[in-house]
Write a protein that binds this ligand. Structure first.
Ligand SMILES: Cc1ncc(COP(=O)(O)OP(=O)(O)O)c(N)n1
Ligand code: 3NM
Ligand code: MG
Length: 222
């Protein structure tokens, strides 16, 4: 799948999933219409991460959903994932491109226009930009209220690759992120910690689709 289709993006984290397995959450999310899943189990040992990754590879492939691995090029290769997502403290994008080749999808986290331009020049296929709003799922050093929608719009203007907003995003506040120009939104808690992850995914995907229609002018300008 092309990252320009990454509208609804699930980042996994079993520790906040109310006792459900990451596999069960991803099954629900694929049934609910997620476009891409990132395996991000920072507290899980490598062997277990690999085993979960193999299962996710099978179920995402069947559902036609992309599978991205957080940080780890070796795990991505071992499970035949579609790509890798890295941040400013991880391996550089250009090095990952050398290792994985031109077909791999490489995502890079950025929170400023300069970082975004640099990641694009290095060969990133999409950007994860955040934290858009305040989040409890990760320690985000610079701004605990988030970088906000104006920064999203500035980054979208500065690059020509897709931008995915992340951080504190819910079905209630995702619309403005897409209306600011983001291709989509990435979430952990909105889906993972929901009572019904499938329904939460459906709600989020519906919000993203509606906002895209507003953004491209097909509704709301009659
Ligand atoms: C889609 C997406 N965007 C941003 C991030 C954050 O990546 P990073 O800054 O490398 O932090 P960790 O996730 O590795 O803790 C992401 N994972 N996904
Ligand atoms: C993994 C991650 N990266 C962020 C960034 O700003 O780069 S914010 C974040 C956590 C997103 O979790 P939630 O959807 O529960 O807020
Ligand atoms: Mg990282």
């Amino acid at each position: 799948m092309d990252p320009s289709s990454y509208g609804t993006y699930l980042v996994t984290q079993q520790s906040i999933s109310a006792g459900r397995s990451t596999i069960a959450v991803v099954e629900d999310a694929t049934a609910g219409g997620v476009d891409v899943v990132q395996l991000r189990e920072k507290e899980t040992e490598t062997r277990r991460r690999y085993e979960v990754g193999l299962e996710l590879r099978e179920l995402t492939a069947e559902a036609g959903v992309d599978l991205i691995v957080n940080d780890r090029v070796d795990v991505a290769q071992a499970i035949d994932a579609d790509g890798v997502h890295v941040g400013q403290s991880d391996l550089p994008v250009a090095v990952i491109r050398e290792l994985l080749g031109s077909d791999a999808v490489i995502g890079c986290s950025t929170s400023t226009v300069d970082e975004a331009r640099e990641a694009e020049a290095a060969g990133a296929d999409y950007l994860g930009v955040g934290a858009v709003y305040g989040t409890f799922s990760k320690d985000v050093a610079d701004d605990e209220d988030g970088i906000g929608l104006e920064r999203i719009a500035a980054i979208v203007d500065a690059v020509s690759i897709p931008v995915v907003g992340i951080g504190g995003i819910t079905a209630d506040n995702a619309g403005p992120v897409v209306e600011a120009g983001a291709t989509g939104v990435a979430v952990i808690s909105e889906i993972t910690a929901a009572d019904d992850p499938r329904a939460a995914t459906e709600r989020l995907a519906e919000t993203v689709e509606t906002a895209k229609d507003v953004e491209d002018g097909s509704v709301g300008n009659e």
